[in-house]
Design a protein around this ligand. Structure first.
Ligand SMILES: *[C@@H]1O[C@H](CO)[C@@H](O)[C@H](O)[C@H]1NC(C)=O
Ligand SMILES: *[C@@H]1O[C@H](CO)[C@@H](O)[C@H](O)[C@H]1NC(C)=O
Ligand SMILES: *[C@@H]1O[C@H](CO)[C@@H](O)[C@H](O)[C@H]1NC(C)=O
Ligand SMILES: *[C@@H]1O[C@H](CO)[C@@H](O)[C@H](O)[C@H]1NC(C)=O
Ligand SMILES: *[C@@H]1O[C@H](CO)[C@@H](O)[C@H](O)[C@H]1NC(C)=O
Ligand SMILES: *[C@@H]1O[C@H](CO)[C@@H](O)[C@H](O)[C@H]1NC(C)=O
Ligand SMILES: *[C@@H]1O[C@H](CO)[C@@H](O)[C@H](O)[C@H]1NC(C)=O
Length: 504
């Protein structure tokens, strides 16, 4: 009997250990910057009575609206990274960044206005001098005219990011040349402004304009032609699957039905509305309370208003809801979600291949006494066709969206759980999931590939996610043999956009 009890205790302890939230909510180096353009009055930054969590918990559970900060976690991991073998030289960078912190989009602002109307119905129940007195005169602070725009905080995120990259590789970039660094963004302004903030940091002080400003070229495709960064909008098969519900977020719907009505009742109670009053928040409005909390915190560091209507468990449940959405519509939930990003990964391979080819052909040219230097490239026609036989420039910097980054991360096999994310998972499985957007896709998420030439036709690739080196499943070293890396993705190498995305 005693032994059985002992085993039980051990088992229970083991379970508790397993179920702990793996990540430490480490303190943040860079505090969130208050955007004075939105919240002018200096709010008292305290927490309300229903908030059984602290600041560091909150700012790490804001889903894809989590601002980018460089936590100790990233810096420590990067410092642990060993230098590549001595003979290896960095020869090419392919950078993919999500846009930085932004304003809510129009559809969300509309919902916030709707929420305000719903609340105004019961405002007589709210105590003017109580915790929610502010709701009596509330107006939504976000204006539709600037919906979706990059915030100054988002500019700083990308500016700081490029400064840290520059510091890490101080002799790598040099002066700006369009032949050396190609900068791409989607047609949406927040990605273009992110690209511009990043490049400003990268080439600051090297130009001749004004205060030595260096202008750069940022290339965008029209939306309907952008198969590299906006593939999710242009693949007909994917769009068809969304329409005919072959792809859907039914797990999120199940989860909402399970969790939202009771969260709605809790909110009603916290507001002081008697339970016999016929007023309740719809599931969509419960979610809008969360979105208001999330944006107020991410944008204005206003943590004690809408967030005060939510306790810790509410926040975790609402966070999981958003992750279910991204998992089933952009991530591992359906193969097509990430297979369509093969166009992008293939372009990255083509980029690195062309860099490697140009090195090989340079070596051949040198052996041939530099004879007929131009002969191995008959195809270059304009000055945009990068010189010296290179089809691609040394560096490509790409700026896009979470719908670009999540599929590519999934294609690479990153942050994949051993089980599909269902609404019926145990709380242990939910708490320890790897696919947690707050951690893996904050604003300004970046996935960067570094190509090293280690001599004698030995090329290595290093991948960093949010400035932290990350092991690609299948590779046995952070510096992974490039040809081997490519061989892990045979269907990407042979990917054909037209045939894959056609509706047949
Ligand atoms: C988490 O943080 C606490 C307090 O800062 C520290 O004592 C502990 O060692 C950390 N745990 C891990 C796993 O890093
Ligand atoms: C944001 O608010 C928290 C408390 O809610 C505070 O600790 C932190 O310093 C604030 N950040 C800034 C930049 O004011
Ligand atoms: C709301 O506005 C009214 C009229 O402008 C004012 O008298 C009242 O004090 C305000 N209430 C709160 C809680 O700010
Ligand atoms: C950017 O870096 C500056 C200087 O280190 C810092 O003051 C600021 O808070 C950082 N901002 C962001 C959003 O990272
Ligand atoms: C380039 O064009 C010239 C003349 O048309 C031809 O002789 C040569 O073989 C071509 N070189 C390559 C690499 O295709
Ligand atoms: C030149 O173009 C031809 C046909 O489009 C292609 O087969 C060949 O690989 C290209 N050569 C180079 C050096 O890009
Ligand atoms: C959980 O849900 C999934 C999908 O809705 C279903 O296939 C599975 O059987 C369920 N598992 C349990 C244990 O009920």
């Amino acid at each position: 009997m005693k032994i059985i009890i002992l085993i039980l205790i051990v088992l229970i302890n083991f379970n508790v250990l397993l179920c702990q939230h793996i990540k430490n909510h480490s303190k943040v180096n860079t505090p969130i910057k208050i955007n004075n353009e939105i919240f002018q009055e200096g709010k008292k930054l305290t927490f309300g009575g229903y908030q059984n969590y602290d600041y560091y918990f909150l700012i790490k559970h804001l889903t894809t609206k989590t601002p980018y900060y460089q936590s100790n976690h990233f810096t420590e991991n990067d410092n642990l990274l060993q230098d590549p073998p001595k003979q290896c030289k960095l020869i090419s960078i392919d950078f993919l960044g999500r846009h930085g912190s932004r304003m809510p989009e129009v559809d969300v602002i509309k919902k916030m206005n709707k929420l305000q109307k719903q609340i105004s119905i019961i405002k007589d129940f709210i105590q003017g001098d109580g915790e929610f007195g502010w709701l009596k005169n509330y107006t939504v602070p976000y204006k539709s005219e600037i919906a979706g725009n990059l915030l100054t905080q988002g500019q700083l995120e990308h500016y700081n990011l490029s400064k840290r990259l520059l510091k890490k590789y101080p002799n790598y970039f040099g002066n700006y040349k369009p032949q050396t660094t190609k900068i791409l963004s989607t047609v949406v302004s927040r990605t273009g402004v992110s690209a511009s903030s990043f490049s400003y940091g990268l080439f600051e002080g090297t130009g001749i304009l004004g205060n030595n400003f260096q202008p750069v070229h940022i290339e965008t495709s029209t939306l309907d032609k952008d198969i590299l960064l906006s593939f999710f909008l242009n693949c007909n098969k994917y769009k068809g699957y969304l329409q005919d519900k072959s792809i859907e977020d039914s797990e999120r719907e199940i989860w909402k039905k399970m969790k939202y009505p009771s969260i709605g009742r809790e909110i009603k109670k916290r507001l002081g509305v008697p339970s016999d009053v016929d007023w309740q928040l719809s599931n969509s409005m419960v979610n809008t309370v969360f979105l208001s909390c999330v944006y107020d915190t991410a944008i204005g560091n206003v943590t004690n208003r809408w967030c005060n209507l939510l306790n810790k468990q509410n926040i975790l449940d609402l966070e999981y809801s958003k992750d279910l959405d991204d998992y089933w519509l952009s991530g591992y939930g359906n193969k097509i979600n990430y297979e369509i990003s093969s166009s992008l990964l293939k372009d990255i391979f083509n980029h690195f291949d062309s860099i490697i080819d140009s090195i090989d052909s340079n070596e051949n040219n040198n052996n041939n006494n530099n004879n007929n230097n131009n002969n191995n490239n008959n195809n270059s026609s304009s000055d945009e066709d990068f010189s010296e036989g290179k089809k691609y420039p040394k560096n490509i910097l790409r700026f896009a969206h979470s719908e670009t980054v999540i599929p590519l991360m999934s294609l690479l096999g990153l942050f994949k759980d051993d089980y599909p994310l269902f609404a019926n998972l145990t709380s242990c499985q939910i708490n320890t999931r790897k696919f947690r957007t707050s951690e893996i896709v904050p604003y300004s998420t970046n996935l960067v590939m570094f190509l090293f030439d280690c001599g004698e036709n030995d090329f290595k690739i290093l991948v960093k996610h949010n400035e932290s080196p990350i092991l690609i499943p299948g590779c046995d070293d952070l510096y992974c043999d490039y040809q081997f890396f490519k061989s892990l993705f045979p269907s990407v190498v042979n990917f054909n956009w037209e045939s894959y995305c056609s509706m047949e």
